[in-house]
Ligand binder design. Structure first.
Ligand SMILES: Cc1cc2nc3c(=O)[nH]c(=O)nc-3n(C[C@H](O)[C@H](O)[C@H](O)COP(=O)(O)O)c2cc1C
Length: 165
């Protein structure tokens, strides 16, 4: 099975979860940023998993990304804006027929979320959802991930692999 775990990640938390999910899925899986996951790369995947952080209660907008780039913020490191937003990646995603799943990283108490918009974008491109969307929790605004979340992501990856078969 060929699987891709595609992510947007400004401070690395979502990227770390994406890598753990890919490990859990197994040797046929790779974690790629939205810049690396071109239409041609995605085209022959059997399973497509997509994830992003929740910023300002939703899937990050380009306006939000611009505001974290220019804003004062208290970030421990500058945001990684080298890859496009998940939102724009989904907008450009060519039609596909594979199965799909979505995840987000976030603080535990926030309203809103990103996976609804991710799943809608995947469905719009023809992908069929096969699992309940997952939330992985950070302990502070910029991270780190809560203890146990990386292991949970690995387990979820293994479950997805079983579901796809
Ligand atoms: C400017 C900013 C806004 C955020 N807004 C939310 C939010 O509305 N809800 C939430 O659950 N988490 C929010 N967070 C927490 C991020 O979702 C969390 O740190 C995420 O893991 C970052 O992912 P990344 O390291 O892959 O970029 C926010 C973080 C920042 C820096």
């Amino acid at each position: 099975m060929k699987a891709l775990v595609v992510y947007e990640s400004l401070w690395g938390n979502t990227a770390a979860i994406a890598r753990a999910i890919a490990e859990g899925i197994g040797p046929g899986a790779r974690a790629l940023s939205t810049a690396e996951a071109s239409g041609a790369v995605v085209a022959d995947a059997d399973l497509l998993v997509a994830g992003s952080p929740v910023l300002a209660f939703s899937l990050p907008t380009d306006k939000m990304r611009e505001s974290v780039r220019t804003g004062p913020g208290k970030a421990p490191s500058p945001p990684d804006l080298s890859h496009p937003s998940m939102r724009s990646w989904l907008g450009a995603l060519p039609k596909g027929h594979a199965v799909a799943a979505a995840f987000e990283t976030r603080i535990w108490w926030s309203p809103g979320g990103a996976t609804g918009a991710i799943l809608a974008g995947l469905a719009n491109a023809g992908y069929r959802t096969i699992a309940k969307a997952q939330r992985f929790i950070v302990s502070g605004t910029y991270g780190p991930l809560r203890e146990g979340e990386v292991e949970r992501a690995r387990r979820w990856g293994a479950e997805l692999a079983k579901t796809v078969g």
